[in-house]
Design a binder for this molecule. Structure first.
Ligand code: BGC
Length: 758
């Protein structure tokens, strides 16, 4: 397709029309010019392909498809290859279903455990989120269909999501909320980016020139088209100006007419409209060219893939040796989720699965084990059902081990609203507490899309965080319970002891529409670590049925400049009796400099498979960005010179080996010296210190400290430290008043000239 010529041949009305959907899920065709219609569909962890009676909140039926583990679960695999593979399966199904774009991945950072869509999102950590999102996009797009990374930007709550204003400082945006989109765009070129509903610093995402054009296209080089979240358009003309190409689902022609009018009245430059049309057409063309009409997908094979993905992602939070279960033991499965598991979340990502498995069924089918079962709680009512509870206790008492299936019901977390607390339903909590009293070996399997409080944690022997496991949840859970799969998932988010510990707690959801992100860069473990707070389970935590030792940390250089890279390697050995996978994590720890920074940040991870006794070397390459923070004076990434810690661990709080590397910044921060520059700041810069040396030395004497005599000449209370502090915090202008007449403004002007010249 010669896009330029086609745009040139289109009427103004055709061009405006192309910038909104034909219906809920299709772009418009222009038959006379040979432009086909392209269908898009949710996403992100399975297809939700609907017919004309579409909706964007998961109400109406869609085709039968496979539900892979949602974002929260698969991110815990810490395995980019695995998520790439799942992406390829999704892409394959999209091809077979004649879809152009899958509406995902959903990558908003988990600012609070309360966000209703946390189950779709990947992590509280931008590095992990970026690695996983990029791999998923590459996987899906390897099949010749596109993705829509969403929701750009700062859509971290569901509360008032269509009008809320995320008020965030630039550094926090750059370090926490932008990096996932940045890496994905730079390295995977998603065909589309979906702008979010909310405003960012006062301007709707859908008409935000800074984010849609300056950052997305000019800085990062985005080549696809920007699509609105469903109904996210506020002012369509401003949207075109800002870089929003396609409005979905459309406004029955109303906004198209506004675009036409704006061009005709001269309010809108037609070239901007042409750009938007060109962006859409290039992708439609790309899709048409990569159509594979023979594509088919095998539902059963994908079910197996979903099972593998879930098995690699579930997180063993606690185990005193009760797991894996012995097949010969008398086992009770207790809790309604054993027969009716919650394996996906509600809203636009809800998949109409062709089938799903349950632990109760899978345990017999896969392992030939007959468990006794008690429901324990009602699946429709949160309050305690005493009859079910009594029956459950009796069943537990007659068994060797009780496996309790608990978690969050559908109504607790969904697109459209946030949670208000982190508790399990009362009926689940009571069940766990009472079974623990009645029984000595107790395992809890959790089905939930985000962290919960666990007041009972000390009374249970093991906890498997199964999260929302996708449709193969039943097999995946029993695979792990019986040790057919050795758990290897790690938490992609912190489980705080209680909701109030979360850094965003005081400000989350904001005041009416204004939501200030006052915790800044201190999101998740960045906060808990800096505050040395106890958490229930830290970021990166996850147990295995084997053990790993970490040895031979090698850091390739003692010191590097900020344009060089350094290689870090470490040997990991499986010291246990069964094969297993370990997620080796690398955190960079800046030393105390001028910038306020988290104590450490994830900058590398790798999942390795090891047979018993086997050792493998894992290597990481670190670059400037691994050590940098976003500096507002230069509006760019900056590394402070100094020593940085390299921490290698099995979780953010289980650091096994540490080392250091020196960083030498080649970049200088611009400084303009004024009468208000502090003496201490000038003395800190070796090349500048001399400029004020001649007036500072005599000043020290004026202040009562006679270094030559090595004694304090004034009252005892005036210590050398105090004098130093007084001088260091003194702006140059003060030297005139406190310098005993030795310093004049003329003298200072001379000094300033020199300082600013050098
Ligand atoms: C959601 C998007 C989704 C779209 C289409 C919106 O409500 O926020 O994530 O892709 O609907 O279903």
């Amino acid at each position: 397709m010669d896009v330029k010529t086609i745009v040139g041949n289109m009427t103004l009305e055709e061009k405006a029309g192309l910038c909104s959907g034909a219906d809920f899920w299709n772009t418009k065709a222009v038959e006379r010019l040979g432009i086909p219609q392209m269908m898009v569909s949710d996403g992100p962890h399975g297809l939700r392909k609907q017919d004309d009676s579409g909706d964007h909140v998961g109400i109406n039926e869609s085709i039968k498809a496979v539900c892979f583990p949602p974002g929260v679960t698969i991110a815990s695999s810490f395995d980019p290859e695995l998520i790439h593979d799942v992406g390829a399966a999704l892409g394959e199904s999209a091809q077979a279903e004649n879809l152009g774009v899958i509406l995902g991945p959903a990558v908003n950072i988990k600012r609070s455990p309360l966000c209703g869509r946390n189950f779709e999102y990947l992590s509280e950590d931008p590095y992990l989120s970026a690695e996983m999102a990029t791999a998923l996009i590459k996987g899906i797009q390897s099949q010749g269909v596109g993705t829509s990374i969403k929701h750009y930007l700062a859509n971290n709550q569901e509360h008032r999501r269509l009008t809320s204003d995320s008020v965030i400082d630039e550094r926090t945006l750059r370090e926490i909320y932008l990096p996932t989109f940045e890496k994905a765009v730079k390295e995977a070129q998603p065909w589309t980016v979906m702008c979010s509903y909310n405003r960012i610093n006062g301007v709707y995402a859908s008409e935000n020139h800074r984010f849609l054009t300056e950052i997305l296209r000019d800085e990062w080089g985005f080549e696809g088209f920007v699509i609105s979240d469903w109904g996210a358009v506020n002012d369509r003309v401003k949207g075109i100006e800002a870089g929003l190409d396609l409005e979905m689902p459309g406004s029955f022609g109303t906004n198209d007419a506004k675009i036409v009018e704006a061009v005709q009245s001269g309010e809108l430059d037609e070239n901007l409209l042409d750009k938007a049309v060109g962006n859409i057409l290039r992708i439609v063309d790309k899709w048409a060219a990569s159509r594979n009409k023979q594509a088919v997908f095998d539902l059963e094979a994908q079910h197996e893939k979903a099972r593998k993905a879930a098995g690699e992602s579930m997180v063993l939070l606690k185990n005193d040796g009760t797991l894996p279960l012995r097949k010969g033991a008398k086992i009770a499965f207790i809790g309604g989720f054993a027969e009716k598991p919650r394996f996906q979340g509600g809203g636009s990502s809800h998949i109409n699965t062709f089938r799903h498995s349950t632990a109760l069924h899978a345990v017999e089918k896969l392992f030939g084990v007959n468990v006794v079962y008690a429901k324990g709680y009602s699946l429709t009512d949160d309050s305690v059902d005493n009859e079910l509870l009594t029956e459950a206790k009796a069943v537990a008492e007659s068994s060797d081990v009780a496996v309790i299936f608990a978690g969050l019901p559908d109504s607790y977390e969904s697109e459209g609203y946030d949670r208000t607390h982190m508790n399990l339903p009362e009926s689940h909590t009571r069940l766990i507490e009472e079974i623990c009293q009645a029984h000595s070996d107790t395992v809890v399997v959790l089905h939930n899309g985000s962290p919960v409080e666990m007041p009972w944690i000390d009374s249970v022997d093991a906890v498997l965080e199964a999260y929302l496991g996708g449709q193969a949840v039943g097999e995946a859970v029993v695979d792990i319970l019986f040790g057919a799969v050795n758990p290897s998932g790690k938490l992609a988010e912190t489980f705080p002891l209680k909701l109030e510990d979360n850094p965003s707690y005081l400000y989350y959801q904001g005041e009416k529409d204004v939501v200030e992100y006052r915790e800044g860069v201190f999101v998740g473990y960045r906060y808990y670590d800096a505050k040395k707070m106890k958490v229930l389970f830290p970021f990166g935590h996850g147990l295995s049925y084997t053990e790993f030792s970490y040895t031979n940390l090698t850091i390739g250089a003692e010191k590097i400049t900020d344009s060089e890279t350094v290689t870090v390697s470490v040997d990991i050995t499986n010291t246990g009796n069964v094969a297993g996978k370990e997620v080796v994590q690398l955190y960079a720890a800046p030393s105390k400099g001028d910038a306020i920074r988290p104590v450490k940040e994830l900058k590398g991870f790798e999942k390795v498979f090891l047979n018993p006794g086997e050792t493998k070397t894992v290597s990481f390459t670190l670059n400037k960005r691994s050590f940098a923070y976003f500096n507002m004076a230069i509006n760019d990434w900056f590394v402070e010179s100094g020593k940085y810690g390299i921490e290698i661990g099995s979780s953010s709080q289980d650091i096994r080996l540490t080392g250091t590397v020196g960083l030498e910044s080649a970049q200088e921060l611009p400084v303009t010296y004024t009468m208000n520059s502090l003496v201490g700041d000038i003395l800190k810069v070796p090349e500048k210190a001399a400029s004020i040396g001649e007036i500072i030395e005599p000043m020290k004497k004026v202040f009562g400290h006679d270094e030559a005599a090595g004694r304090e000449t004034a009252a005892e209370a005036i210590t050398a430290e105090m004098i130093e502090a007084m001088l260091n915090y003194m702006p140059l202008r003060n030297l005139v008043s406190f310098g005993n007449g030795m310093v004049t403004f003329e003298k200072l002007e001379e000094i300033l000239k020199k300082l600013n010249q050098q």
